[in-house]
Ligand binder design. Structure first.
Ligand code: NAD
Length: 449
């Protein structure tokens, strides 16, 4: 699905016109190009703002990735600024680092990155400590709204005692700096534990893993299958029999197995387990992507509109998770569950009471599963996409669609690959310390938190 406006404001005469008229000018985002080898992680120099052991550790990590790392303002284009705030104990201490960031923002390259690293606030904290830690929320979300030209701002929030060298802190930093996080903006990734391992090869972190993707015949699900395969995983794709032909096409592209079934059927999980284990002997990753909309104002809602959405979007996931968790020896290295939520489940959406309910329910389910999966048993996380260019959103009336696309800091819809990249990160070995997270892939949509 293409966005003609984005093309217009980035080419020739219409680009100049849009600039003169002060119209929104969404930029082409920096995305991973599998054909381009040696694409740099960031589009320029790296700068680390902050002092102390955490800032030193982060600078060492960046040097380990062969980046040109500076602790003071460098000459030339800056590809990323990492602002380390973990040691602050009072709001007044933030000033120097924040203003240092402000002084270099004009040198940030298109598609550049700002990443804050801070500590989670806890009700047991001293009020001044909680104040500065929580202050980072408002700071980062405001910075992200000020950035232009496809640059993004995101934060990593470390739990108590978690070092910036923890695998998931390093993994999150790499993800947020890279082109993989193109449509993740104004968000925080919480690292709760020191679990996880750095992959032997950052370009194939899912090597040797077996992944199940539901709704893999088209849209976001097809792209998830492709990205997981690109990252090294073997994929079993599931979709309804009516989508069998497209599912076969996608699975042929990724050398995976196609399984035609309706996830609402009672034996869905048993059939998935049987096919995956007879072929690959295990399941490491389950991506609950299949989902439907049946939009109606509540006043016009028929029982079938409500029930079908709840059945596919959440009841099927609950039932299948029960079976996956009960299956002995299914996931020797821990099960990685990633569910598709939606910003409609966070902020609500007119005409989507059924969908909003189901997607908020997915968030509740994910948070409750997380502690049950901890201690080596795996992780449960959710991704909440905003407006993504798919057949689902192509059905939205043209004018509403144009408006919906612009209502985020990046002023455009995301692509299915943006959601897929985030899911691949949450399913990766380096994300083992991220559990119970709901990560939005919405370009910092202006609705909701
Ligand atoms: P889509 O309609 O293009 O694809 C969904 C796929 O799921 C289809 O192939 C469909 O056949 C399959 N499916 C539906 N019911 C099924 C069932 N009972 N059993 C097996 N497969 C089934 O949708 P999409 O836009 O690619 O969305 C994918 C997911 O992302 C959904 O969960 C959706 O709610 C969520 N999401 C999408 C957006 C967006 O902007 N497109 C935004 C937020 C969340």
């Amino acid at each position: 699905m293409s966005d003609a406006y984005l093309e217009l404001v980035n080419s020739g005469v219409t680009k100049t016109l849009a600039k003169k008229l002060g119209l929104p000018r969404p930029a082409h985002l920096r995305r991973t190009d599998p054909a381009a080898v040696d694409t740099p992680l960031i589009p320029g120099r790296a700068m680390v703002i902050g002092e102390g052991p955490d800032a030193d550790a982060i600078a060492r990590t960046l040097l380990g990735w062969d980046l040109d790392v500076h602790r003071n303002v460098p000459d030339g284009r800056i590809g990323a600024v990492v602002v380390v705030l973990t040691d602050l104990t009072r709001p007044e201490q933030a000033s120097q680092r924040v203003l240092a960031l402000g002084s270099v923002l004009r040198s940030l390259a298109p598609g550049g990155r700002v990443v804050t690293v801070s500590r989670a606030a806890d009700p047991g904290d001293e009020p001044a400590v909680a104040a500065v830690r929580t202050g980072v929320d408002g700071l980062l979300r405001s910075i992200a709204k000020e950035l232009r030209a496809g640059a993004t701002g995101n934060g990593i929030v470390l739990g108590d005692q978690i070092s910036p060298d923890a695998p998931s802190a390093v993994g999150a930093l790499r993800f947020l700096l890279s082109a993989r996080s193109a449509f993740v903006d104004g968000q925080f990734v919480h690292v709760n534990t020191a679990d996880g391992v750095a992959p032997a090869d950052w370009t194939r972190p899912l090597q040797g893993r077996v992944a199940v993707v539901t709704g893999a015949a088209r849209g976001i699900g097809a792209e998830i299958a492709r990205v997981l395969h690109r990252d090294g995983a073997q994929v079993l794709g599931v979709d309804v029999p009516a989508a069998g032909e497209s599912l076969a096409t996608v699975m042929n592209q990724v050398g995976g197995i196609a399984l035609q079934l309706d996830i609402t059927s009672g034996d869905a999980a048993a059939r998935i387990i049987e096919r995956a284990t007879s072929r690959y002997g295990r399941i490491d990753i389950v991506v609950h992507n299949a989902g439907i909309t049946r939009d109606k104002l509540l006043a016009n809602m028929k029982p079938d509109h409500w029930d079908s959405v709840v059945a596919v979007n959440v009841e099927a996931q609950l039932r299948m998770n029960g079976a996956f968790l009960a299956a002995d020896g299914l996931s020797p290295d821990g099960l990685r569950l990633v569910s598709l939520a939606s910003t409609s489940g966070i902020a609500g959406n007119r005409g989507q009471t059924n969908y909003g309910f189901s997607k908020a329910a997915v968030i509740g389910m994910t948070r409750a599963l997380a502690p049950r999966l901890a201690d080596g048993a795996g992780t449960a996380n959710a991704v909440a996409p905003g407006f993504i260019e798919t057949e689902m959103t192509a059905r939205i009336p043209a004018l509403t669609r144009q408006v919906a696309r612009r209502l985020n800091s990046l002023q455009q819809g995301g692509q299915p690959v943006d959601v897929a990249e985030t899911i691949a990160f949450l399913a990766s070995p380096q994300a083992g310390g991220i559990n119970g997270e709901v990560l939005r892939v919405c370009g910092q949509n202006l609705v909701g938190q």
